[in-house]
Ligand binder design. Structure first.
Ligand SMILES: [Zn+2]
Ligand SMILES: [Zn+2]
Length: 202
């Protein structure tokens, strides 16, 4: 992140203890106090942080003011684009004809039953089609061993200190059986693969 700091409207304020051993610096605008230590170097750090606290931050690349602790919008967008491009480059590529299952958009988690449904919704809303999407694996919903352990921990939390969860095996056996009977599925996005959409012929 390349930022340029413009001086705040009010200079930072220095506080020195009576014996001069401790020095604090406060932001001249909001009054937040900074103390990094007694060494001269640490005092200088405190001064610098207090100066920057409410100073105006400028993106060096785009020369616009940015919010505290963030990049400018354009830098954020570019970073996101680079990350997406990297993900695409590394992924195994499938063609539209090779994938008939559910898909998810690369940028936000909007899921579609299949590419046909995605195309229909995009067409209806007159949105621009993405160049590619991620396929999703269809995974049955399951109560995991981890889920059961969390549940047991929650139950025991209110009990006596060395309480043990009794009939544990029966609980596990019940859920193993339950898992076999339940019918729902979830879609698990696979970021290691992409489906490249066909260009539309009009
Ligand atoms: Zn401040
Ligand atoms: Zn920028």
């Amino acid at each position: 992140m390349s930022l340029r700091f413009l001086d705040p409207p009010k200079a930072p304020i220095k506080f020195t203890s009576e014996d001069s051993s401790s020095v604090l610096w406060a932001c001249g605008v909001c009054g937040t106090v900074f103390y990094r230590g007694t060494l001269l170097r640490q005092q200088e750090d405190s001064q610098q942080i207090a100066t920057r606290c409410c100073s105006v931050r400028m993106c060096e690349v785009h020369n616009i003011e940015v919010e505290k602790n963030s990049r400018c919008r354009t830098c954020q967008r570019n970073q996101r684009k680079t990350r997406l491009r990297d993900r695409f480059d590394k992924a195994e590529k499938l063609s539209e004809g090779e994938w008939g299952g559910p898909v998810v958009l690369p940028l936000d988690d909007r899921y579609y039953e299949n590419i046909g449904e995605l195309r229909e919704i995009f067409e209806t809303n007159e949105w621009d089609l993405p160049e590619w999407v991620h396929p999703c694996d269809v995974v049955p919903l399951r109560v995991s061993a981890e889920n059961i352990e969390t549940m047991i921990d929650n139950v025991l939390e209110d009990g006596p200190e060395n309480a043990e969860f009794l009939f544990c095996e029966e609980v596990f056996a019940f859920f193993i059986d339950w898992n076999k009977k339940q019918v729902y599925q979830r879609w698990q996005d696979d970021f290691n693969r992409v489906v490249v959409l066909d260009k539309e012929i009009s």
